[in-house]
Write a protein that binds this ligand. Structure first.
Ligand code: SF4
Length: 276
């Protein structure tokens, strides 16, 4: 399948109806999984179809919860998404009892033509249940390590942990993420007073800024063959009526923002905007 096309329109992020069994302190999705009685996969499919008609060439992110918690359903979801979208999967690469890293890798490799990137959560502290790093050598699909730096960037211990982390994933694509819950419109584009930016600059080589967008910004670094991005995204996906992310919740209902910040999507909010 050709993945070499331009993204047009806001990203559609679908929260899969499967929990992750982790308890990361920075998680914004976890509370959605406390009551699963209204989850409805068929309605999620209807919403994917609807969004596909509006934005046939945008990015689709499957997140949760845990998209790989149920491989059969994930197979179904992937086959349901029309061609013409870049598909990204946010996962911890869980290996369930009776399974193995080989089985998980085989599954992802079998769908490599549909998946643009598998974003794997790994953090300075083991907030998520981790499988063996050997899995990365088995995967033929593009991967990126996503790490939320929750620790105080001013602490010397954080610097040591960050260096050990970067060494562990040497040569891989790594995205270091700010603790989004601390970000505001005032500080999201600020480098001068950003202790995490300073820390990353100390241990990596700064290369360039990513283009500033309404909802996010980022910086590119290098270290030991790794491309490292430091990514700052507001916990808002809608600002001044402009929608950056469309969320399909586990119920199948479509929202224009994350969690308590969001409201059910008003289609007119999409009508007046020229999306690229
Ligand atoms: S693995 Fe992801 S969804 Fe699960 S608790 Fe951590 S951040 Fe939240």
């Amino acid at each position: 399948m050709n993945k070499d096309f331009q993204k047009i329109g806001p990203t559609v992020t679908m929260l899969v109806p499967y929990d992750c069994n982790n308890l990361c302190p920075f998680c914004v999705n976890k509370k959605e999984y406390r009551d699963i009685s209204s989850f409805d996969l068929d309605r999620c499919y209807q919403s994917l179809d609807l969004m596909n008609r509006v934005f046939p060439h945008n990015d689709i992110v499957l997140t949760g919860g845990e998209p790989l918690a149920n491989l059969e359903t994930l197979r179904d979801i992937l086959s349901h998404i029309e061609e013409g979208h870049h598909i990204y999967i946010n996962t911890t690469l869980p290996v369930s009892e009776g399974s193995s890293i080989e089985k998980v890798a085989d599954f992802l490799n079998a769908h490599a033509d549909r998946i643009s990137c598998v974003n794997v959560s790994r953090h300075l502290k083991h907030y998520v249940r981790e499988c063996s790093d050997e899995i990365f050598n088995l995967l033929k699909v593009k991967t990126r390590i996503n790490c939320v730096v929750f620790e105080d960037a001013k602490e010397e211990a954080t610097k040591e942990k960050l260096i050990a982390f970067l060494d562990r994933f040497k040569g891989r694509d790594i995205q270091l993420r700010a603790n989004y819950s601390l970000l505001t419109l005032e500080n999201v584009f600020d480098k001068e007073n950003d202790n995490l930016f300073k820390l990353i600059s100390e241990v990596c080589e700064y290369k360039c800024d990513l283009e500033i967008e309404k909802f996010r910004t980022g910086y590119v670094f290098e270290r030991n063959g790794s491309r490292i991005t430091y990514h700052k995204t507001l916990p808002f996906a809608k600002i001044d009526g402009v929608i950056g992310d469309i969320i399909i919740r586990q119920t199948g209902l479509i929202y224009d923002d994350w969690n308590e910040y969001g409201a059910e999507l008003n289609i007119n909010d999409l009508a007046g905007i020229r999306y690229k």
